[in-house]
Design a protein around this ligand. Structure first.
Ligand code: APR
Length: 320
C-alpha cells in the first residue's frame, strides 16, 4: 500500500514541528507548503536528512504552489499569523480570514477529499471559514483546540497531584482558551473525578479554580514568555493526535472544534465549537453529546455565542 500523503499548509513553528513528528511516527510522506519562499523547501530538506538517523521512511518536499498538495489524504493548516504579547486570539480574525480564503481554494482545487485539521487562530471561527471556503464535507474538517486545552489542564493537574500525566484525563468543551468550559466532574485521576479528589483532600477547590484559570490562560502564558510568537510544541503534538486517529482509524474520543448542530448541546443554531467527537477513518464519525448541568450549559452557551459573534464579524468582513 502506498504511503499516505500529508500536506502541511503553513511551515512556520507549528508546521515545522508537525513535519518532524510525522517523520518520527512514520505517518506518511510530507509536503510542506508556505508563501515564504525557501522556508518549506529548507525545512523539508533538513527534516528529510534526519530520517536516516531516525531510521524512518518518509519523503519530504517543500513548495510555494498549491498544486504540490494534490491528492493529499490529510491537510493540517497552520498558515497565518500567530499572536504577539498583548494580543488576543480574536485580534487575528481579519488577517487570518484572508489566509483561510486562499488555503480553502487550494484545498478545493487539489484535495477536496482530504481530512482537514485546522490549527490557525482564532480557532473555532477559522474552522468555520475554512469549511466555507474549501467546501469540504463537514465531517471531514475539525479544529485543534480541545486536545491542547485538555493537555494543558492534565499537565497542571498531574503536577498538583504528583501523579503521572498518563493517569490524568480531562474533559473540556467550548471555544479555545478564554471561554473554554472544563468539566471537573468528568476529569479524573485513574477514573476518580476531580470533585471526589477535593473531598479526599488531594487538593482544594481554590487550587482547582486557579488551575482552571491557568489552563484558560495557557496560551497567553507562553506568548508572554516567548515574546515573538505563540506555543508550538504542544499544539503540534495535539494536531498529530487528531491526524493519527484518522489515518489509523483509531476511533479516538477527542475534544475538537466541529459543527454542533442545532438541537444538540442546547443550541438553537448550528455553530463550530469544541465538543468530544469520535475520529476514525470516516473523519468526524460522531459527536458525543452529554447532558450538561445548569452551570456547564451557561458556560457552553457563552462560549458558543462568543464564536457566533466572531463568525458575524467574519461574515461582515466577507460581505456575506
Ligand atoms: N498561505 C500559506 N502560508 C502562510 C500564509 C498564506 N496565505 N500566510 C502566512 N503563512 C505562513 C507564514 O509564512 C508562516 O511560515 O504561515 C506560517 C505561520 O507560522 P508561524 O508564524 O511560525 O506561526 P505558528 O506558531 O506556526 O502558528 C500558526 O497556529 O496556533 C495558531 O495562533 C497560531 O494562527 C497561528 C497559527
Amino acid at each position: 500500500m502506498a504511503r499516505k500523503k500529508i500536506a502541511l499548509v503553513g511551515s512556520g513553528n507549528i508546521g515545522g514541528t508537525l513535519a518532524h513528528l510525522i517523520g518520527l511516527k512514520e505517518l506518511g510522506d510530507v509536503v510542506m507548503f508556505d508563501i515564504a519562499e525557501g522556508v518549506p523547501q529548507g525545512k523539508a530538506l533538513d527534516i528529510l536528512q534526519s530520517t536516516p538517523v531516525e531510521g524512518v521512511n518518509c519523503a519530504y518536499s517543500g513548495a510555494n504552489d498549491y498544486s504540490a498538495i494534490k491528492g493529499s489524504d490529510v491537510v493540517i493548516v497552520t498558515a497565518g499569523v500567530p499572536r504577539k504579547p498583548g494580543m488576543s486570539r480574536d485580534d487575528l480574525v481579519g488577517i487570518n480570514l484572508k489566509v483561510m480564503e486562499s488555503v480553502g481554494k487550494g484545498i478545493k482545487e487539489n484535495c477536496p477529499d482530504a481530512f482537514i485539521v485546522c490549527i490557525t487562530n482564532p480557532l473555532d471561527v477559522m474552522v468555520w471559514a475554512l469549511q466555507h471556503f474549501s467546501g469540504v464535507p463537514k465531517n471531514m474538517i475539525c479544529g485543534m483546540a480541545g486536545v491542547l486545552d485538555s493537555a494543558r489542564f492534565r499537565t497542571f493537574l498531574a503536577e498538583e497531584f504528583n501523579v503521572s500525566v498518563e493517569d490524568v484525563t480531562a474533559f473540556v468543551l467550548g471555544g479555545h482558551g478564554d471561554t473554554m468550559v472544563p468539566l471537573a466532574r468528568y476529569s479524573t485521576v485513574a477514573g476518580i473525578p476531580l470533585p471526589d479528589l477535593v473531598k479526599m483532600g488531594w487538593t482544594t477547590q481554590e487550587k482547582l479554580d486557579k488551575i482552571i484559570q491557568r489552563t484558560r490562560d495557557g496560551g497567553a502564558e507562553i506568548v508572554n514568555l516567548l515574546k515573538t510568537g505563540s506555543a508550538f510544541y504542544a499544539p503540534a503534538a495535539s494536531g498529530i493526535a487528531m491526524a493519527e486517529a484518522y489515518l489509523k482509524d483509531k476511533k479516538r474520543v477527542l475534544p475538537c472544534a466541529v459543527e454542533v448542530k442545532a438541537g444538540t448541546y442546547g443550541q438553537a443554531d448550528d455553530v463550530f465549537v469544541g465538543v468530544p467527537v469520535v475520529i476514525g477513518a470516516g473523519g468526524v464519525e460522531r459527536v458525543v453529546e452529554i447532558e450538561l448541568n445548569a452551570e456547564e450549559q451557561t458556560g457552553f452557551n457563552k462560549s458558543a455565542d462568543a464564536v457566533r459573534g466572531l463568525v458575524k464579524t467574519a461574515k461582515g468582513l466577507m460581505g456575506i
